[in-house]
Write a protein that binds this ligand. Structure first.
Ligand SMILES: *[C@@H]1O[C@H](CO)[C@@H](O)[C@H](O)[C@H]1NC(C)=O
Ligand SMILES: *[C@@H]1O[C@H](CO)[C@@H](O)[C@H](O)[C@H]1NC(C)=O
Ligand SMILES: *[C@@H]1O[C@H](CO)[C@@H](O)[C@H](O)[C@H]1NC(C)=O
Length: 337
């Protein structure tokens, strides 16, 4: 396990290095990872929450400040790489997004107020959004299920052929949702998943992924990254929660085949890499003093002809402004690794 002080040890206090211009490529501190903004919205207060890579290589990014899915072409110039693809009626926010069939995505939707930092209990649902239509105005969304008991649905992953797992960041549970029947029930609940008491931001279990018969999760305000062994059929726990790393904030994250993790740290304004046993944590991009990946919310890895690239969504540092004052519009960043 590593503490925050170790992580911050990597940060050089380079105030002059505050960078943020759209399209700029920079070498991040200590590393040779090239970081570039592939698209940025144009107003402060905007929030990209989660993302998925489309089979054509474009990025789909959900927004929490408005109920929209944006499509971003990483190969286009940042000035016109992004466009709004879909806006969901009767709801305020879109969150987790996962491909479930070719160009068809499961999407978490609900009402979340950024100003009050408050979700509306009972407003959350999981939808099936078919993006395969050529004309965006033909995009169809079909309800998979509402979860009236849910308090704050947030991260989501595919567990197996039939099941999705969806985190409930306030209730402190992971729901299982049957993709075909819409049936849902609690798969995992644990004290490590509820929000830390007395925190102004009520976010417990947040990101979720599946690897090697384990469900991996972040519990944001408890500052925990952990996993739990589960039954391959229904994701019921078959053992205790194992805390892999703690002492720093993790929002959503990406898990590699070997069990290493790229984590978005939201309020730490960085991307971290965590070793499979959690024993080694290093900074890959950004830091507390820079806008590079300020307010990072989620990360996915893609591959193009030049190799591997991490795509990161941001909320522009809204929760923890850089140097307590600087925010920027939400963006999607590419990091060569
Ligand atoms: C970064 O690149 C330089 C020049 O190519 C090289 O000398 C250096 O060892 C690299 N640093 C790391 C941390 O990979
Ligand atoms: C979200 O809030 C809006 C405005 O308050 C309301 O009209 C809508 O019904 C809510 N949606 C859900 C799914 O609860
Ligand atoms: C966003 O806010 C920052 C201050 O935190 C300001 O410098 C910047 O101009 C604002 N950007 C936009 C697009 O309004």
């Amino acid at each position: 396990m590593r503490g925050l002080s170790t992580v911050l040890g990597y940060s050089a206090l380079l105030l002059s290095a505050l960078v943020g211009s759209a399209g700029a490529s920079t070498q991040d501190n200590n590393k040779n990872n090239t970081v570039s903004t592939i698209f940025q919205l144009d107003s402060n207060g905007t929030w990209f929450e989660n993302l998925a890579i489309r089979q054509n290589g474009h990025i789909l990014a959900t927004r929490i400040d408005v109920p929209e899915i944006w499509s971003i072409d990483p190969s286009a110039s940042p000035d016109h790489a992004g466009s709004r693809l879909y806006s969901m009626p009767d709801v305020k926010s879109l969150l987790g997004i996962v491909e479930i069939e070719h160009d068809v995505y499961a999407v978490v939707a609900g009402n979340f107020s950024i100003e009050k930092v408050q979700p509306t209990k009972g407003s959350f649902a999981v939808w099936r959004v078919d993006l395969s239509a050529d004309d965006p105005s033909d995009i169809q969304a079909k309800l998979i299920t509402r979860i009236p008991e849910a308090e704050f649905l947030d991260g989501m992953t595919r567990f197996n052929e039939d099941l999705l797992l969806v985190t409930d960041a306030i209730k402190g549970v992971i729901w299982r949702v049957d993709l075909k029947t819409g049936e849902y029930s609690q798969a995992i609940s644990d004290a490590s998943m509820v929000p830390e008491s007395g925190q102004p931001v009520p976010v417990g279990v947040n990101g979720v992924k599946v690897h090697d018969n384990h469900v991996y999760f972040s519990s944001t305000t408890q500052e925990i990254f952990a996993r739990v062994p589960v039954d391959a059929k229904d994701a019921s726990p078959t053992g205790d929660v194992e805390i892999l790393a703690s002492g720093f904030v993790v929002d959503d994250f990406w898990l590699l085949e070997d069990g290493s993790v790229y984590a978005a740290t939201n309020t730490l304004n960085s991307i971290l890499k965590i070793s499979p046993d959690g024993g080694n944590v290093r900074q890959v991009a950004g830091n507390a003093f820079r806008l590079t990946v300020a307010g990072s919310t989620a990360v996915v890895m893609g591959h193009d002809r030049d190799g591997s690239v991490l795509y990161v969504t941001t909320a522009g540092g809204q929760v923890a402004p850089v140097l307590c004052k600087t925010v920027e519009p939400a963006k999607v960043v590419a990091i060569r690794v």
